[in-house]
Write a protein that binds this ligand. Structure first.
Ligand code: C2O
Ligand code: CU
Ligand code: CU
Length: 529
C-alpha cells in the first residue's frame, strides 16, 4: 500500500510538471511553422514499463591526457522499471545505453539544456511519426518533450541521436549519440554471449586541436561537401581503445557513429569476421567475411571467439584500404589527413584471462526466416526510383533537397503496402567552365537511411566503369538481414523491399553522411491511407 501511494504521488508530480511542459513542446513546434503535434498528451496514469529522464547538456570529459574536452552529451536516469534498462558507459561522452525488451512501453522525459534547438531521433525504431524526432519537432533551448512509445522492433542494436535540420552533424560530432538495445524472446532462445560477454562498440572519428578540444569542419566548403573526416579514431568515446577480454566468445555490437567515415573492418590476424546481426537484429545464420563494410549509422554484430586464442594474445580490429567512395576532385581540393579508404587501427584486443563461464558454441540458426515474396510488392512492374546526384553544387535525391514540409507525389506511399525502391548513384556535375575548366563529374558514396522501418536489400548492380573500385568493398556487404541504412557506392544501384505498417505520417529518408544530410540530402516521405 505504501508503495502504491508513493507511486501515485510520483505520477501526480510528474503529471503536473511534464503535462505543462508537453504543451510548451507543442507550442515550440508551432513556432517552427509546422503542424502542431497530433499526439495526445500522455495520460498521467497510463502504465508504462520503463520511465527515463534524458537531458542534452554541455559538459566536459577527460578524453586525452591533457585538458578535459568540452562536449555535448545525453545524460539519462532511470525513473521507473528494471534497473538494468539503462547502462552508463564510464568516462564517455556517449549517452546512456537503453536496454529494453520488445513489447515494453517506455516514456522518456527529454529536456533540451543545449544553447540551441534539438530533437531526439530513435534510429531504426518503428514509431509513430510524432515520436520519431523529425526536424519539424525541434525544440528550443530549455524546452521539453515527452517521448512515449511501445517497443515494436525485434531484438537488435538501434541508436539515438539529434536530428535538428542543418545541425545534426555538429551535434552528433559534439558527442550526442547513444545506443538503444532491444532484446526479445526469440533472441534469448539462441544462446548468445550475455552480460560481460555482450559488448557495445561505437566507432567515431574526431579531430582534436592542440588545446584538446574538438574541431569540426575547419576545412571549408569542400570539407562540408565531402563530409567530415577525423584523424583520430574513438571507440565508445575513448581514443586508443583497448579491450581486455576473457578467452571466451563475445557478442560485439558495432555501430558506426561517425559523421561520414566508412570503415572496412577486419581482424589483424586475418581471421574472418563472423557476422550474426545487422541494423535490424540477428540474421538467419552466421556468415563469414574477410572484411565487413560499415558505413555511417550502420550496425553489425559479430561473434568474436577469443576462446580460440591463448591468454596473452593481442589482436587488432582494423580498417583496411579501399577506394572509390569519395569524389576525387573534392579530395584534391580538400586536405584530409586520414581519407576514407586509408588503412588504420580501430581497437586492440588483449586476451587476458581464461573464461569465467562455460564455453559457448556458435549457433547454426540465429533467427526465423526473413523470407519475402516479390508478389508482396505492389510496384514490381514499376519500381519507385530514387537518383542520388550532385546538382547545383549540392547533393540531391531525385534532383531535390530538403524542405521541412514538402512531400512530392512520388514520395507518398500507402499504409499496409510493400514496395520496391531502386536507389541509384549517378555522376553529377561539379561546375561548368569556371576555374576548373569544363564540367567535371562528381560522385560519392552515400549511406542511405530510411526512417520508421527496417527493409530488405534484394539486389545490387554496378556501372561497369566503377566496377574496379567497387571490388575493393563489395565482398564486405552483409545484405542478408533487416536494414535501415544501406551503403550505395559510386556507380551502384540498390533494390530494396520496404513495408509500410501501423503508422501513417511524415517520415524521412536521407543520406547518413551527416554533412550531406545537413546540406539537404534529405527528403520526407509520407505514409497515407
Ligand atoms: Cu540516424 Cu535520420 O537518422
Ligand atoms: Cu533514423
Ligand atoms: Cu551522401
Amino acid at each position: 500500500m505504501k508503495n502504491h501511494m508513493n507511486r501515485r504521488e510520483f505520477l501526480h508530480l510528474t503529471g503536473v510538471v511534464f503535462g505543462g511542459l508537453l504543451l510548451t513542446g507543442a507550442a515550440g513546434t508551432f513556432l517552427n511553422g509546422c503542424a502542431p503535434l497530433t499526439t495526445r498528451p500522455i495520460p498521467v496514469d497510463s502504465p508504462v514499463d520503463l520511465e527515463f529522464s534524458l537531458r542534452a547538456i554541455s559538459s566536459e570529459v577527460q578524453m586525452l591526457p591533457g585538458r578535459p574536452t568540452r562536449v555535448w552529451r545525453y545524460e539519462g536516469e532511470l525513473l521507473r522499471g528494471d534497473p538494468n534498462a539503462m547502462q552508463v558507459l564510464p568516462n564517455s561522452y556517449l549517452g546512456p545505453i537503453f536496454r529494453v525488451k520488445k513489447g515494453q512501453r517506455v516514456r522518456i522525459f527529454f529536456t533540451n539544456e543545449l544553447p540551441e534547438a534539438t530533437v531526439v531521433h530513435w534510429h531504426g525504431l518503428h514509431l509513430p511519426d510524432t515520436m520519431d524526432g523529425h526536424p519539424r519537432f525541434a525544440m528550443g533551448s530549455g524546452e521539453k518533450f515527452t517521448y512515449e512509445f511501445e517497443i515494436m522492433n525485434r531484438a537488435g542494436t538501434y541508436w539515438y541521436h539529434p536530428h535538428p535540420h542543418g545541425q545534426t552533424g555538429a551535434q552528433v560530432y559534439a558527442g550526442l549519440a547513444g545506443l538503444f538495445i532491444v532484446s526479445d524472446e526469440e533472441e534469448a532462445s539462441v544462446g548468445l554471449p550475455e552480460g560481460k560477454y555482450d559488448l557495445p562498440l561505437v566507432i567515431q572519428d574526431r579531430i582534436f586541436a592542440d588545446d584538446d578540444q574538438l574541431v569540426y569542419q575547419s576545412g571549408g566548403m569542400m570539407n562540408v561537401m565531402m563530409g567530415f573526416l577525423g584523424d583520430r579514431i574513438l571507440v565508445n568515446g575513448r581514443p586508443d581503445y583497448s579491450l581486455s577480454v576473457d578467452a571466451h566468445p563475445y557478442r560485439l555490437r558495432l555501430l558506426n557513429g561517425s559523421n561520414s567515415r566508412i570503415y572496412k573492418l577486419a581482424w589483424s590476424d586475418g581471421t574472418p569476421l563472423t557476422v550474426i546481426g545487422t541494423d535490424g537484429g540477428l540474421i538467419e545464420k552466421p556468415v563469414q567475411r574477410d572484411y565487413v563494410m560499415l558505413a555511417p549509422a550502420e550496425r553489425i554484430e559479430l561473434w568474436a571467439d577469443f576462446g580460440q586464442y591463448s591468454p596473452g594474445t593481442t589482436l587488432t580490429l582494423k580498417s583496411l584500404e579501399f577506394s572509390g567512395t569519395d569524389s576525387e576532385q573534392m579530395m584534391m581540393m580538400n586536405s584530409t589527413p586520414l581519407p576514407n579508404g586509408a588503412e588504420f587501427d580501430i581497437l586492440q584486443v588483449r586476451v587476458d584471462r581464461a573464461a569465467e563461464e562455460p564455453n559457448l558454441q556458435l549457433p547454426e540458426i540465429l533467427s526465423g526466416s526473413h523470407s519475402f515474396s516479390l508478389r508482396d510488392a505492389v510496384n514490381v512492374a514499376k519500381t519507385r526510383s530514387f537518383v542520388l546526384e550532385f546538382k547545383r553544387m549540392n547533393w540531391t535525391i531525385n534532383g531535390r533537397t530538403f524542405d521541412m514540409k514538402a512531400v512530392a507525389d512520388d514520395e507518398k506511399v500507402k499504409l499496409g503496402e510493400s514496395e520496391l525502391w531502386l536507389i541509384t548513384n549517378q555522376p553529377g556535375t561539379m561546375m561548368h567552365g569556371g576555374m576548373m575548366g569544363g564540367s567535371m563529374s562528381e560522385e560519392m558514396a552515400h549511406p542511405i537511411h530510411i526512417h520508421g522501418l527496417q527493409f530488405l536489400i534484394l539486389d545490387r548492380q554496378i556501372r561497369p566503369e566503377k566496377e574496379k573500385e567497387w571490388e575493393t568493398v563489395q565482398a564486405g556487404y552483409v545484405d542478408s538481414g533487416w536494414k535501415d541504412t544501406v551503403l550505395i557506392m559510386p556507380g551502384e544501384s540498390v533494390k530494396l523491399l520496404l513495408r509500410f505498417e501501423d503508422f501513417t505520417g511524415l517520415y524521412m529518408y536521407h543520406c547518413h553522411n551527416l554533412e550531406h544530410e545537413d546540406l539537404g540530402m534529405m527528403r520526407n516521405y509520407q505514409v497515407v491511407t
